[in-house]
Design a protein around this ligand. Structure first.
Ligand SMILES: Cc1cc2nc3c(=O)[nH]c(=O)nc-3n(C[C@H](O)[C@H](O)[C@H](O)COP(=O)(O)O)c2cc1C
Length: 190
């Protein structure tokens, strides 16, 4: 696909509607290589990736459901089944981790932005390879215990989970913002 066409057609499909096939090992490597090719002030590599694929997704889901139940004893079976499938049904989920930390020159904010770029590049790379992705967060991106369980080290946080697979529903885009509403041309101090 032509690069401009790629950028103009990317769209997300809700994780519930992402199934196999997903990227094979070579394609996954390609996605991760592209994901790590992002602007990075100070060349700090302030991000890393945790891949959940195959049986690891269900194993993580089982542990997340148990954690959820411990934190929410009232959770019913339906909710727990949802948690078990949190890293599914897409065949591959890439956790994008920010390693932003205090630095003499580079603000942590910029390091976090670089991680967000890595997440976006992941989505675009998946699309370029013919797959569909969705960038999601949810409670597991913000809960410290969930983070530890999913492999975070102290000081790290998830900027999101990129679910990658093939859409099981027909594509339909959503309305996009009108440029007139979001673009202005600076003409002088306000
Ligand atoms: C940081 C971040 C977190 C997001 N978390 C969720 C989420 O948890 N659940 C969800 O349905 N969409 C989430 N989204 C939105 C989707 O990634 C996506 O943008 C949305 O489905 C609209 O589709 P589009 O990418 O085609 O515009 C998140 C987006 C960002 C940037």
């Amino acid at each position: 696909m032509d690069a401009l066409q790629l950028l103009k057609t990317r769209r997300s499909v809700s994780t519930a509607f992402l199934g196999p096939p997903g990227p094979n090992a070579d394609q996954l490597r390609e996605i991760l290589t592209i994901a790590s090719r992002v602007p990075d002030h100070g060349k700090l590599t302030p991000w890393r990736f945790i891949v959940f694929e195959g049986a690891a997704r269900a194993k993580a889901g089982e542990a997340l459901a148990a954690l959820y139940k411990a934190k929410n004893p009232e959770a019913d079976d339906k909710k727990l089944a949802e948690e078990r499938n949190r890293l599914g049904p897409a065949p591959v989920v890439i956790g994008v981790v920010s390693r932003a930390a205090p630095h003499v020159k580079i603000p942590e904010f910029e390091q976090l932005l670089s991680a967000a770029n890595a997440a976006m590049n992941t989505v675009h790379a998946a699309h370029a390879l013919g797959f569909t992705g969705q960038w999601v967060t949810g409670w597991i991106a913000y809960d410290e215990d969930a983070g530890r369980l999913l492999g975070l080290k102290p000081g790290e946080r998830f900027v999101g989970f990129i679910h990658i697979g093939t859409s099981t529903i027909p594509y339909s885009d959503r309305p996009r913002p009108k440029l007139e509403d979001i673009v202005s041309y600076w003409t002088g101090p306000g």
